[in-house]
Ligand binder design. Sequence first.
Ligand SMILES: NC(=O)C1=CN([C@@H]2O[C@H](COP(=O)(O)OP(=O)(O)OC[C@H]3O[C@@H](n4cnc5c(N)ncnc54)[C@H](O)[C@@H]3O)[C@@H](O)[C@H]2O)C=CC1
Ligand SMILES: CC(=O)N[C@@H]1[C@@H](OP(=O)(O)OP(=O)(O)OC[C@H]2O[C@@H](n3ccc(=O)[nH]c3=O)[C@H](O)[C@@H]2O)O[C@H](C(=O)O)[C@@H](O)[C@@H]1O
Length: 536
Amino acid sequence: MEVENSNLKLGNKGDIKELNENNEVFSKNVSLNKINNINDSKRIESLSYSMGIEEMEELENLGIEDVGVNSNVNEFKKIENSVIRNVISGTELNSEIDLRPKQEFEINDICVVGLGYIGLPTASMLANYNYNVLGVDIDQNKVNQIKSGSLKIEEPGLSTIVKGAINSKNLTVSTEPKPADVFIICVPTPARTNIDGSKSCDLKYINSAVENIRPYVKDGNLIIIESTITPGTTEKVYKELRKSVDEVYVAHCPERVIPGRIIKELSGNDRIIGGINQKSAEMAKSIYKSFVEGNIYTTNSKTAEMVKLMENTYRDINIALANEFSKICDEIGVNVWEAINIANKHPRVNILNPGPGVGGHCISIDPWFIVEVSDNAKFIKSARELNDNMPNFVFKKVEDELKDYKEEFNLSTKDMKICIFGATYKGNVEDTRESPSEKVADLLIDAGYKVMTYDPHAELFKYPLYDLETCVLNADCILVLTDHDVFKETTAEKIEFMESKIRNKHIIDTKNILNQELWEKFGFKYKLLGNGRLDE
Ligand SMILES: NC(=O)C1=CN([C@@H]2O[C@H](COP(=O)(O)OP(=O)(O)OC[C@H]3O[C@@H](n4cnc5c(N)ncnc54)[C@H](O)[C@@H]3O)[C@@H](O)[C@H]2O)C=CC1
Ligand SMILES: CC(=O)N[C@@H]1[C@@H](OP(=O)(O)OP(=O)(O)OC[C@H]2O[C@@H](n3ccc(=O)[nH]c3=O)[C@H](O)[C@@H]2O)O[C@H](C(=O)O)[C@@H](O)[C@@H]1O
């Protein structure tokens, strides 16, 4: 990592040591005073500028904790002090430094309700920006793990800002709320299947969160709902809280971050804020302005609720289009991946990737929140159903591919074993919520196959997870359902190892991530989902 000024010396209390001959900066704790006494801010910029994401992670690998994940000077400059502040382990912060822009509203104490994929990064980011944050979660284990720094998080950079926030003492966590100026609700909003088979937003967690904070909400408080909700919910929460306070402000500020890029997008994305009135929106905007680099748009609450749902619905129907193309190309003898690649050369065409279905607890769920409020949502509903049906298409493809093999060796499904690669809903995450892999496994098991699943990222899954060798041992087919890098980068040695353990060398790739030539070199019969060409 190059730093412009090679004699940079920062601090002397066991802080950043003198740069060694490789210009390597070693820092465990950096004294804010020392950093701020450096009048040549260019050196800080050069330090920050040279610290791209890779360098930041390299520093972390060097055992340097709490280095913020930033990709450019501006982002670093905005966070540099808070990152530097927060590497001070327990040292009294320099109170003269306030990181936040001038506040038009007196907001200091923030209570974040729900410390999951959204709540924990949000609470940590706010703490890094000098708010006094109480993170609340009903899951005692999660609270304990956050306190002890033992929460397993695959999200790049998240452990850094969480540790920084805890170290700064600006973030404390508990299972119980306390009075605050602002309450930010980040609890789950799953889809509920109703008796008539229709689906709607299950607001039980939102309602429980509102009841949990009710005793602590005072006149003048602001409540922000970040959870994705049915249009009209923010107004209902407002009416509910007005039963216990005269003057309360409520806004909806949906999250847009994508797992795998949460920290970068948390500050980088534009945000939308919908208030039940103008003051609610302005109060909420004053908070997000402290860390959001993107633009902040304000509107009314129902518009903000609908915008969020439109974003995810837009993605769902476009994935459905790719999946429908996949089924058609498979039927008429075209390779859908080749066709999409060429079609996307058109300046105004961007067809997404087909796959085994749509997982995650947002894209596969949020469109139902529009369907539930309008009978006009016919196209949205059919796209949702198409994506939900893709696991059946995958199951049928497995049956078709193994048909000849079953007949040749007079095997029934109960004599056969399928090895699934990938339990999570998408690549390089540990989240298995709504994963298509679960639905594919259900179908295979219901048909009588023995199924074993291998996924080095997955934390929890409906079925047991096995190591690679156990999974492929005597298997009749490997079925790749998730685009983890570790599957993309399967080496020849590893394929050779699998070839020596498997019973029938069959592999079905539903994500178009494998090196077909390499697998075929070791005798595997490779099938790409959506490739109907018989000459390939
Ligand atoms: N995960 C993501 O990438 C994104 C999620 N969202 C939305 O954000 C919301 C939260 O999603 P995640 O963070 O993924 O959920 P999550 O399941 O990871 O975390 C939610 C947390 O809330 C806690 N909780 C539930 N009820 C509570 C209560 N009454 N009081 C305190 N804590 C409570 C749970 O124990 C859990 O730890 C959902 O509405 C989701 O649609 C929006 C954009 C991105
Ligand atoms: C509009 C949009 O991009 N929304 C994002 C989305 O994040 P999420 O990780 O759920 O989205 P994703 O990466 O599209 O993955 C969803 C599912 O769709 C599948 N998928 C995705 C893209 C594609 O071309 N083909 C495909 O089959 C993935 O494999 C996965 O199973 O939903 C997030 C959310 O709301 O939780 C949201 O904040 C994110 O910005």
